[in-house]
Design a protein around this ligand. Sequence first.
Ligand code: AIR
Length: 187
Amino acid sequence: MDDKPQTINCKLNHKQQMNPLIGIIMGSDSDLVVMEAASAILKQFGIPHEVTVVSAHRTPLRMVEYAQKAKERGLKVIIAGAGGAAHLPGMVASITPLPVIGVPIKSSNSIDGWDSVLSILQMPNGVPVATVALNAAKNAGILAAEIIGTCDDSVSKKLSAYKNSLNNEVIEKVAKLKKDGWENGFD
Ligand code: AIR
């Protein structure tokens, strides 16, 4: 057996960079108010993506078709959000070899969001779904961008700049608190 490590080249070519790389799907258009944050951050990073509604319960055959064709259509990551009995991310993950990021949504039919969190989080061994916090579609977008960034240096650089900006924002707040005074300040 050849035990040399394999060279894995996953650099995206120009055509791949233009087509949607990330599919954002959700159980209902009522989820859009939460899920649009994933699209907004992907736009900020300049990553092409698509957004559509796919319901595990109301359109099960559309869900199967979407999951079966996602990889051949050039998608690299799927972000799936749903509320209540949130089976969409797990069922899509059971069909596609692509990484699936699940966004639990506190929807109108949800009991505090726990139903959705647990439906998406507690997947059986063999079928992982990377579950973000309740309503955390922005983090799902960032995680998807990070996956793309493993193959694309320009995306990776934008992510590093973004994380630097988070750091700088806090440092500025620290300086402002110091300047303006803070009763129990330590710094
Ligand atoms: N949903 C739709 N099909 C399957 C599920 N789990 C979820 C949607 C939405 C919630 O049901 O993801 O969060 C309520 O949908 P609607 O359309 O009644 O507003």
